[in-house]
Write a protein that binds this ligand. Structure first.
Ligand code: DX5
Ligand code: ZN
Length: 228
């Protein structure tokens, strides 16, 4: 299990959009480390969600970094706009980037932290060549497009090999994020796998415990598993 600090990134996809501002403030007050914003275009993924306007509206409400997950075709056309809107970290899919090095460099030049991700069926080898260009790798544990799906265990299996590949290249500082189906039941295996940044949508915003109660519970389970 990783010894690095575990960060929780609530995903607004599961929030109440009629009171989005209140929900994200509550998530920050409850200890969110990042705010995860899922951007979907109805082409790369079947669903359509939000764009830079929502990032811009949320930016002044919170101080934690905004983590933008671009599930869109031609992400390179929107990077500067998301950075202007307040994105601190931008994740692109290897499946949407034929010129991945260039796109990751573009994100850094625009002033955000670059991250790369891959779908459950995409092998890790697809991003081997760009590991030194990113601050974080996101391992998707569901097929992107919707919240509330079940975690795919074989996808989680990539995390261990990824940590080894990063460490072997001297990239110990690169974070590993997991997104999709992370909840009270899967949290243990996600931590065991070696992930350090956990996206949690329904598990935070749709929990019967509420935003504050659910976040406190996950933090307690994390500390317990880490033996603190
Ligand atoms: C899925 C998105 C996720 C989603 C996760 O395409 O990338 O960030 O919000 O939702 P949960 O945590 O409910 O699986
Ligand atoms: Zn996401």
């Amino acid at each position: 299990m990783s010894t690095r600090p575990i960060r929780i990134a609530p995903s607004i996809l599961a929030a109440d959009f009629a009171r989005l501002g209140e929900d994200v403030r509550a998530a920050e007050a409850a200890g969110a480390d990042l705010l995860h914003v899922d951007v979907m275009d109805g082409r790369f993924v079947p669903n359509i969600s939000v764009g830079p306007l929502v990032v811009e509206a949320l930016r002044p409400l919170i101080s934690v970094p905004i983590d933008v997950h671009l599930m869109i075709e031609r992400p390179e056309a929107y990077i500067e706009e998301f950075v202007r809107a307040g994105a601190d970290l931008i994740t692109v899919h290897v499946e949407t980037c034929p010129h991945l090095n260039r796109t990751l460099e573009q994100i850094r030049e625009a002033g955000a932290s670059p991250a790369v991700t891959l779908n459950p069926a995409t092998p890790l080898s697809a991003l081997e060549q760009v590991l030194d260009l990113v601050d974080m790798v996101l391992v998707m544990t569901v097929n992107p497009g919707f919240g509330g799906q079940k975690l795919i265990p074989s996808a989680l299996g990539k995390v261990g090999a990824l940590r080894m590949a990063l460490d072997a290249r001297g990239l110990e500082r690169c974070a590993i994020q997991v997104d999709g189906g992370v909840n009270e039941h899967t949290l243990g295996s996600v931590l065991d796998a070696g992930a350090d940044t956990l996206v949690m949508g329904s598990a935070v915003f749709r929990s019967a415990l509420g935003i504050e109660g659910s976040m406190a519970r996950y933090r307690m389970l994390i500390d317990k598993q880490k033996g603190r």
